[in-house]
Design a protein around this ligand. Structure first.
Ligand code: BEZ
Length: 394
């Protein structure tokens, strides 16, 4: 159900404009506001992820004085609860009920696939600020759908490359049994086995279960060189703590895509020390965009941004590039989509551009969590693209 109390208008909100917008020719379209529908989790294990994305988007619009390409931005927020069965109804409510001009969502791959199925039929400008479901930029790719995050296999692949480089030979994988976890493991195995690695066992549990005790006992008996794990949000924090509680962190290094530690680095405390992850962002990345973004985010919210915030920020950057190209006329879809598809800009994560299926081609970084900070260790993969298997832009 759409929670009207969550509808937030940023029209007229003023903040220090930092990234000056290029000159935009006024057009008829600028006479009205522009509604951006946010289908994101605001409850459940992924709630902090939805919140981080929203905060970055709101900050971006605030820094533009509440307007993009001359149009007042209004966000309409809907809690998708990371529940795939509710996704079709909620997406339809945003598109047909709220009549949003742009759709942004979501975090959970299962919810995102249902959302994209509707969005690609409707043709509405749609930006995915997290969910990594491979299909979104493979078989389900579409002219109107753009992702500012990653593909699940893509980040698994980058992590596999780093684990091979670290000399790890035998691994147990553990994840939630749904698209994100499973595809992340597929991508990981591809790189890891190609590099001579061996998989001792793949372990899964239903999303969003956090009963890890029997799994940890099984890992201990299998004695791998390392564990590859995909978890995120509250579940990731519980896994890190239980892993250390079982003292596995003293003998079997814990690895995974950086969702394992992003947003929970402080809460993990000493249990998180030594966890190695690979991601398309690292908080200490030394570039002007990251320094500025981090300072502004900390000032606004008294907490550091994580990868989810960066993905939300970049969704707004991408949308702005598109809207500037059409003078705010969101109905001029061919030109809007063409400007977004060819966009290239500097993100806090480093250089950002999209591949032919509208998934980012980007660097991946190796990080080690210590003392509540995901310390940057180096580049794990440079300019890595995801496969575009089955993508025919409709
Ligand atoms: C996903 O479902 O695609 C996902 C959720 C959290 C973090 C990363 C990916």
């Amino acid at each position: 159900m759409i929670d009207r109390r969550r509808i937030l208008t940023l029209a007229g909100a003023v903040g220090a404009s930092t990234a000056a917008a290029p000159f935009v020719r006024p057009s008829w379209a600028q006479t009205s506001g522009l509604k951006v529908g946010l289908l994101l989790p605001y409850s459940g294990t992924y709630a902090p992820l939805g919140e981080a994305i929203t905060r970055a988007m709101e900050l971006y619009v605030q820094q533009q004085g509440g307007k993009i390409a001359g149009r007042d931005i209004t966000f309409v927020k809907v809690d998708d609860e990371s529940a795939p069965p509710k996704a079709t109804e909620l997406t339809t409510k945003l598109i047909s009920g709220e009549k949003v001009d742009v759709l942004m969502g979501t975090v959970h791959s299962g919810v995102a696939m249902a959302m994209v199925k509707i969005a690609r039929e409707d043709g509405l400008p749609t930006l995915v600020p997290n969910a990594g479901a491979d299909a979104i930029t493979r078989a389900m790719c579409a002219k109107n759908v753009f992702r500012t995050s990653f593909g699940n296999s893509q980040v698994g692949n980058a992590t596999g490359l780093a684990m091979v480089k670290a000399g790890i030979k035998k691994v147990v994988t553990v994840t939630w049994k749904y698209a994100a976890g499973e595809e992340s493991v597929v991508g990981f195995k591809k790189a890891f086995t190609a590099g001579g690695g061996e998989i001792l066992k793949d372990i899964t549990l239903p999303f969003p279960d956090v009963e890890f005790q029997s799994i940890l006992a099984e890992i201990a008996s299998l004695k791998p060189d390392a564990v590859y794990s995909f978890f995120a949000g509250g579940g990731a924090l519980k896994f890190i703590k239980d892993y250390a509680g079982a003292k596995l962190n003293e003998k079997i290094p814990l690895w995974g895509p950086g969702f394992l530690t992003d947003g929970v680095e402080k809460a993990a405390g000493p249990a998180g020390d030594g966890v190695k992850t690979v991601l398309h962002y690292a908080e200490g990345l030394d570039n002007p965009e990251n320094r500025k973004f981090t300072a502004d985010f900390v000032e606004a919210y008294k907490t550091r941004p994580d990868v989810y915030a960066v993905q939300g920020w970049d969704a707004m950057q991408l949308l702005r590039i598109g809207l500037d190209a059409v003078g705010g006329d969101v109905k001029n879809r061919p030109q809007l989509f063409s400007a977004m598809a060819s966009a290239s800009f500097r993100s806090p994560r480093g250089p950002f551009k999209l591949g032919t299926s509208h998934n980012p081609i980007q660097n991946f970084y190796l990080r080690e969590l210590r003392g509540g900070v995901n310390n940057y260790l180096g580049v794990a993969a440079e300019g890595l693209a995801d496969e575009t298997t089955g993508c025919k832009l409709i």
